[in-house]
Every structure is written in structure tokens, then in C-alpha cells.
Design a protein around this ligand. Structure first.
Ligand code: MLT
Length: 408
């Protein structure tokens, strides 16, 4: 008899964004003329940078020749891209990361979800609450979390609430934890962590032999140079952290698919007997077994993100999304909402009106303003009473959405 992985039955409802998509599709079917504006999932709207398009076209032309055909590439990514990443994302900010510590992949969602596979099943997972659901759901699927309760919390996960009451700064856990997921700039709250705040986590991880799984997918939105773009800007982090990066939000690659993960050679986990084992070769082994590399064409496009023109062009697009979040913060504040985030991140996090829970606010916005957002409760129990609006859209739509919300 074939047995099913019963851990899947522990998952709460559907994955958040398809669930929102389902509700929006049902609404659109009943209201075919409703001019829906989507500020829900953080999906880009602006075209790829011309430098990226040109590089990809060139790569396609190469692939059309015998000499230029690229078959299977290195699973970890081509040297040209890994070296561009090292030079621009790390060396330029004073970090010592080597090309063989970079693993190019089809995006940070897969890597943040897959990374848990290389850790023992008995490890205790700690997440901020609210949190990007991938970290939790993939650990549920693996069987690391125990059962969920009615609020959507799992027995064996340690939740670190991040709410207005603690200024969205998670407290260090009081019980021992092993796998700590952190995301800064934060999805969904749009808040940031300072170097001093991250240093506390690195020190905690060193002292407790824990690991930090650091999602930096939104680092390109940081405007204040004193804020860290990478966990590796923090002393000691190379011993205890793995970092995830993405071209999705940086360069509009949500549909192209490319990201990378940094697994330093120093970072270790331990056998039950207490022996330290380097994680870089383990991740390399896993990556080579389960992944055949990102296409040459995509990696050529990603490389062009680091060219002078590419940098300038993507900065322009990021600037457009940043001005959207400024517009949203200002309009919502004027309308009497309390808003957070959105300064160094493409997400604005707001309190729902008194007495309206986050799914009710979702329905209200969809039905009465035809605007789609994301209910805070979808990111965890502590997200109840909050709502996320994404800045990924064109300024006209964002302005129109703000005007409609004002009329509610
Ligand atoms: C989000 O809206 O939270 C993200 O776009 C989802 C993702 O990156 O997978």
C-alpha cells in the first residue's frame, strides 16, 4: 500500500497567494467589468531593463549556432555570473565572499524552501510572526513542526511576534532554537533591521550553535546606506548564516526566474555526536543532484544587471516602485491609517480599521474599491489586524487605488 506524506495534511488552507488569486478570480467572474487593481502578491509590472533584454537576445543568437550552443551548464551557475555577484553584491560592500560560495538558482522561493532539507528533522525552527509562508510550510511538509492549532500556529515552531507594540523588532528566543529564519527588509511588514539588531542574532547563533537563514530578497530597496544589505556585513556571520538573494524584485525577474544562495565555507552544522560538518559541500551535493542549473540565456540576462547601463536602468525601475510606496504611505496616512514599512521595502503594512479583521478588510477593499491587497493574517497569527499593500504597479494605478480607498 502506498502511504501519503501525512505532514501535508497539517498545512493550513491553501498557499496564501493562490488562495487570494482564487478569491479575486471568483470576484472577477461575478463582476466582469470591475476595474481591479492588484497590489496583492509582490509581482513586478515594469518591463525588463534594456541591457538585460539585449544580453538575453544575444545569448539566444549564440544558442542558435553550433559554436555558441550551451547545453547543461555548471549546476552552481556560470563563473561569469558568480563572479559578477561576488564583485558587485559583496566585494563592493567590503564583504569577503568567494565565487564557490555562490549557488545560482531559479529563485529565492525555491532556495528558502529547499534549504531545510539539509538540516536534521529534530531541529527547532524559529520564525518571526508575521512571516513569508514558505519558511513555515516547507518545514511542515518535512515533518519538523508538529500539529497546527486554530490560529495557524504549529506546536514545535517558535514564533517571534513582530508588531507595532515591539516596533517590529523580534526578541531573541527564550527557549533553544536551531534554525532561525530572518528576512530583511522584511516581507510582509516592510520594516528593516539595523546592523546592531542583526549582530544580536549572529551572536545568539554563535553562542547556541544555531543557523540563521537570511532572506535578503528585498535589499535593493534599501535607501539608507547605514542599513545592512547582507547578513555578511555583520562580524562572525559567515560562521552561522546562509543568505538568499533574488533578481525577481531587484531586476523584474519574477517571470524570468533567477536568484542565488550564499553558503560560506565556514558555516557548519553538527552531527548528533557533536562533530562539525561544513554545509557548503552538502548544499553543493544537494543542488547538483536535484538541479541542472539556470539557463544560459537567463544567466546572461542576470549578468547584465551588473553592467553600468543595467545598474542605472534597474535603479530607475526600483525608484519608480519606491515612489509608489512613498505615495501609498502619504495617502494612507492622510486618510487616517497607521502605516509601517515601505521606506526601504516595496511593502506598506497598515492597521486595518478598528473592528475589521484582515480578511474582512481584504473583502471590503476588493468589493468596494476593487483593490487587491494581502491580509496580514495570511502571514501568521500576529499579522491579524494588519494588511499589506505592494508597491509593484504603475504610479497611475497606485494613485487610483489610493483615491478609491479614500472613498471607502
Ligand atoms: C510576496 O508577495 O510576498 C512575494 O512576491 C511572494 C514571493 O516572492 O514568492
Amino acid at each position: 500500500m502506498i502511504y501519503v506524506n501525512e505532514n501535508f495534511a497539517k498545512l493550513k488552507a491553501g498557499y496564501l497567494f493562490p488562495e487570494i488569486g482564487r478569491r479575486v478570480a471568483a470576484f472577477a467572474q461575478d463582476n466582469p467589468d470591475a476595474p481591479i487593481i492588484k497590489l496583492g502578491i509582490g509581482d513586478v509590472t515594469e518591463p525588463l531593463a534594456p541591457a538585460v533584454v539585449e544580453a538575453m537576445h544575444k545569448a539566444v543568437d549564440e544558442m542558435a549556432t553550433h559554436e555558441g550552443l550551451h547545453g547543461y551548464g555548471p549546476e552552481q551557475g556560470y563563473a561569469f555570473l558568480r563572479e559578477a555577484i561576488v564583485a558587485n553584491d559583496y566585494a563592493a560592500r567590503g564583504m569577503d565572499i568567494a565565487a564557490d560560495e555562490i549557488f545560482v538558482s531559479d529563485g529565492a522561493k525555491c532556495d528558502t524552501g529547499n534549504m531545510q532539507e539539509i538540516f536534521g528533522i529534530d531541529n527547532v525552527v524559529a520564525v518571526t510572526d508575521p512571516v513569508y509562508p514558505v519558511y513555515v510550510d516547507t518545514n511542515v511538509m518535512a515533518g519538523r513542526t508538529g500539529e497546527g492549532d486554530d490560529s495557524g500556529r504549529y506546536g514545535k515552531i517558535v514564533y517571534m511576534p513582530c508588531t507595532a507594540e515591539n516596533n517590529f523588532v523580534p526578541e531573541l528566543p527564550t527557549e533553544p532554537v536551531d534554525m532561525i529564519y530572518l528576512c530583511y527588509p522584511n516581507n510582509p511588514t516592510g520594516t528593516v533591521a539595523t546592523k546592531e539588531q542583526l549582530k544580536k542574532w549572529v551572536d545568539y547563533a554563535i553562542e547556541n550553535k544555531a543557523i540563521i537563514l537570511f532572506d535578503a530578497a528585498y535589499e535593493a530597496f534599501i535607501c539608507d546606506d547605514s542599513l545592512p544589505h547582507s547578513i555578511f556585513e555583520i562580524e562572525g556571520a559567515k560562521k552561522v548564516a546562509i543568505e538568499f538573494r533574488s533578481f525577481s524584485k531587484t531586476a523584474g525577474f519574477t517571470g524570468v526566474r533567477c536568484g542565488f544562495t550564499v553558503v560560506p565555507k565556514e558555516v557548519v552544522a553538527y552531527t548528533k555526536a557533536g562533530e562539525a560538518v561544513a554545509l557548503n559541500p552538502i548544499w553543493n551535493r544537494r543542488h547538483c543532484t536535484k538541479f541542472n542549473g539556470v539557463s544560459y540565456i537567463t544567466q546572461k540576462g542576470a549578468e547584465a544587471v551588473y553592467s553600468d547601463e543595467g545598474k542605472q536602468q534597474i535603479q530607475q525601475t526600483i525608484g519608480l516602485y519606491q515612489s509608489n510606496s512613498d505615495m501609498m504611505r502619504q495617502a494612507l496616512t492622510e486618510q487616517g491609517y497607521t502605516v509601517y514599512g515601505g521606506e526601504h521595502a516595496p511593502y506598506v503594512w497598515l492597521h486595518t480599521p478598528k473592528g475589521v479583521d484582515s480578511w474582512a478588510f481584504f473583502d471590503l477593499l476588493l468589493n468596494r474599491a476593487n483593490v487587491v491587497g494581502t491580509p496580514g493574517a495570511g502571514f501568521g497569527a500576529a499579522g491579524e489586524g494588519y494588511f499589506r499593500l505592494s508597491a509593484f504597479n504603475n504610479p497611475e494605478n497606485v494613485k487610483e487605488a489610493m483615491d478609491r480607498i479614500a472613498k471607502l
